[in-house]
Design a binder for this molecule. Sequence first.
Ligand code: PMP
Length: 308
Amino acid sequence: NKKLADTIWFNGKLIPWEDATIHVMTHALHYGTSVFEGVRAYDTPNGPVIFRLHEHSQRLIDSARIYHIQLPYTVDQINDACREIVRANNLKSAYLRPIAFLGECGMGVTPKKENVSVDVAIAAFPWGAYLGEEGLLKGVDVCVSSWNRAAPNTIPTGAKAGGNYLSSYLIGYEARERGFAEGLGLGRDGLLSEGAGENLFLIQKGKIFTPPLAASILGGITRDTVIQLARAEGIEVIEQVLPREMLYLADEVFMTGTAAEVTPIRSVDGIPTRVGGPGDVTKLIQKRFHGLFTGETEDRWNWLAPVN
Ligand code: PMP
């Protein structure tokens, strides 16, 4: 893999990027048995911070819990390791990728408990805007995918597990092949769910709507952030099931994610949103979100964990 930083945290040790390798018979490679996180560090006037670090580490452990994967580390230890890997690579802003996976456990799909070995790694490297700087500014064109998200009680979308990303891969691949920046998945019931790697929001008459956890989504940490920032502005946020056509009738649409941050959507399936680009509500949310890292938005939720 292309070298993106000097050092990787691997099972409690800092090792050179090029030495962080695993065997081809790794369980997770065959069966998707990994859980992971995407986390961002931002350079702020008070030094580098990791955004909502505790919530990300907790979600990693919660994803593992759903899959009966015992992490050999506590939330606090994962938090410390995340800080350590940002410092070790001399990074001020970064994307962090903690991952835990079933390693060498034999070839059976469900290894015996005594044979289970869990590896944990954390990489940190520079990463810009996921859907491009221009996307953040002007909005992106997206489509509804012909692929649905995993149905409830099949592969749990509430866990951030490696295997789930086969769905994201198909949705994202199809969208890019058709010339769109990203694809949106519907749930099994045909109702709105989420993007390949982002949660979905739409705005109608000044109110914000977003699909609920039961709509086959990942409970995004940026989603939660945006809900709280919007409510702090006195904007009503409603979590409810939404039919597909709401996308075509919305004044504004945007997506959220650690990688995508707050990305405006300017058209869906070739139909421009009513505003046709980033609207006032989307721009306000973007401003409040980025303001957390410039100091313009007061961090009254204690979301910024100092690296040092
Ligand atoms: N849904 C999916 C499928 C994702 O991969 C992500 C990115 N982690 C999100 C939503 C957004 O989650 P978060 O804001 O916690 O990054």
